[in-house]
Design a protein around this ligand. Structure first.
Ligand code: FPP
Length: 230
């Protein structure tokens, strides 16, 4: 376990992939894979808070994931509701600023109101947890431009764009981890990924744990970041 006090690694983003394959390997339905995936997610949040990370962004549901069978989509939505329930119950002890990114218009008014309330009540927590739900990087950039156009701005700077993205409060990820063996970004944090270190592992998301995160962090620290310089 490495305490991240030197400021080099402040923000980790994770593409939590491989729940379906994890379940298939065990002859179980995909929904069970997501259930174990949600547990891996819970543990990851706890651990990131322990090691002093400032921001964690997780890809929980993409704008493309609606194409999946209804049963599977429902199971992910149910896990999310369950997690919202838990956060409400443990709000005093909850270690992170609970923050959703993505188009939340898909949630009903009641769920949205509950989420907003948790967001409001956890704002002061040292770890920002961005849960990307109904999220797509291109759509995020498009909404940022619409917002800037609506504000009447005629000249747009990179800072303006960054400020209109969902991540305006926590900045870009230093490290993006993808589990499950595929090596692509899948429309995740397209603008923010510009200088992120990428780490791919074959480990399937439900098997991801503290040791795996330590490994990714160790790998990050072994790299020399030049940000385009020499
Ligand atoms: C990718 O695995 C995973 C998802 C699309 C869903 C991720 C959701 C969770 C980890 C649960 C979220 C819960 C909360 C509480 C935020 P896959 O299904 O694409 O796996 P595969 O590539 O093996 O098919």
């Amino acid at each position: 376990m490495k305490i991240l006090s030197d400021g080099r690694l402040k923000h980790i983003a994770i593409i939590m992939d491989g729940n379906g394959r994890w379940a298939k390997k065990r002859g179980l339905p995909r929904e069970i894979g997501h259930r174990y995936g949600a547990d891996a997610f819970r543990k990851t949040v706890e651990y990131c808070s322990k090691i002093g990370l400032r921001a964690l962004t997780v890809y929980a549901f993409s704008t493309e994931n609606w194409k999946r069978p209804e049963k599977e989509v429902k199971s992910i939505l149910a896990l999310l509701r369950q997690y919202v329930d838990e956060c409400e119950k443990n709000i005093e002890k909850y270690p992170a600023y609970f923050h959703f990114i993505g188009d939340l218009a898909v949630f009903d008014d009641e769920l949205r109101a509950r989420i907003e309330k948790i967001e409001e009540r956890t704002k002061d927590r040292p770890l920002v947890l961005n849960i990307a739900f109904n999220y797509g990087g291109r759509s995020e950039i498009t909404q940022a431009f619409s917002q800037l156009m609506a504000s009447g701005k005629r000249e747009i700077t990179e800072e303006d764009v960054a400020g209109a993205l969902y991540t305006s409060q926590c900045g870009d990820p230093d490290l993006i981890i993808r589990t499950g063996g595929d090596m692509r970004i899948s429309n995740f944090l397209l603008w923010q990924a510009a200088y992120a270190e990428l780490y791919f592992t074959d480990v399937l998301w439900p098997d991801f744990n503290e040791d795996e995160l330590d490994r990714a962090i160790e790998n990050f620290y072994s790299r020399k970041r030049r940000f385009g310089g020499v």
